[in-house]
Design a binder for this molecule. Sequence first.
Ligand code: ADP
Ligand code: MG
Length: 463
Amino acid sequence: MRRYSIQTKIVLPFLLLFALITIFVPLLTVQLFGWKYSEQFTRETQGWLNVIIETGFIRENIEKVKQTYSVEVMIFGSDGTLNASTLTELSDVEQNWENLAEKMRFEQVKQALQKADGTPVTQDVTLDGKHYKAFYRLLPFGRFYCFLRPMEDITAAKRTLTWSMLGIAAFVTVLVAFISHRIGKNITEPVKDLVGFTEQVAGGNLDEQCEIKTHDEIGDLTLAFNQMTQELKQSRDKLIQVERLATAGKMSASFAHEIRNPLSSMRMLSQMLMQKPETSDEQRQSLQYILEEIERIDNIVKGLMDFARPTTLNLAQQPLVPALQAVLALMEANLEHHQIQLVPELASDLPDFQFDSDKIKQAFMNVVLNAMEAMPQGGTLTVAASKQEDAVCIKVTDIGIGISAEDIEHLFEPFFTRKDKGTGLGLANVKRILEEHNGTVEIESAPDEGTTVLMCLPLKFQD
Ligand code: ADP
Ligand code: MG
């Protein structure tokens, strides 16, 4: 089946209807006007005829009648022969009795005249290429009188009127077509945009938003669709994240144990070798490197195991600030060593609420460690805790190297790291811990300016 656009479907029927109306109404008007005029014209002429015949004006001079009424006059004998005529310029052929009789349908006229007992008979005739309306009247002795009123002017007027009305109709139709096209376009353009956008979304591109051009139902539809796309994108991203975490978790669980055992043997043997008196200084140095690398692998494995550990929360109703302070106390020496000044802004009036102290400490520690590592030349670390509506938020701000816009999107992915000795599991763990608490974590950062990590925990924990 042929596909018609909405615009065509809306505009075309109305346009056709309108064109029909604009063409037929003027034609009908002209026609009606013609009928009315013709009626009036006949009545008027018959009036003249009555006056002429009753006053005997006819007998005086047909030329005078012609001048007075601007008509042609013909008088026929009872046998139909032309007795007198003002139409002197008629060609010989037309003057010919048989021709004339046929043209003016004498037989018919005669019969009509006899039946009509005195009332005039009319008919349309063309003589010498001109149109006339002929009015017949019976005269004494079977003669009859024909009064010919020229119709040229009326026909011309009618034609002009018809054409001008059709011209106006055509112009108005074109105008209406143009206007309705514009209106239709205004309505369908945003729909077209939306259709294009839905195709994009169907193709898997969830990153864009459809521009809202109109503030009407279509605008609302676009807005709703944009929201839907956004939500779809969020849940898709979440799904990908969850899948990654699950895979990473499974992998970590199976590898971690296998790696840690040989690792401790290696550590022990290296330490034993180091303690042997025959080991040279050079060998000792190498062994030191080996031990450091073992330490590094052990850290990664520890991170993996944290990651893979079954997630059961050990919830307790408790204050948050002491937990944070415990972590900061542990880090104090380290921060001092890195010449980082700590600015604590921990609100003293925070309510107690339910959370898993160990996990929150672990998350907080990861964030503080990242901040510290972001300021290798030292700096200021601000740690704030405050109440926000129905949540408690921890804000960790550093003035370190910051994060590029393209990295920001990947921070929570497991194994995403920009550090030579990083595991890329810190923030993935932070996110998981916060989500287990139904909380959120957000990161804002500008390269070379610093980073703010905001972690919020709900005051009322809901399963
Ligand atoms: P890791 O610390 O092992 O690299 P994380 O998951 O803790 O893994 O962090 C991932 C990456 O995020 C880091 O490598 C670093 O590039 C970036 N990052 C995290 N926190 C900060 C911060 N405070 N300042 C700058 N970069 C950061
Ligand atoms: Mg880290």
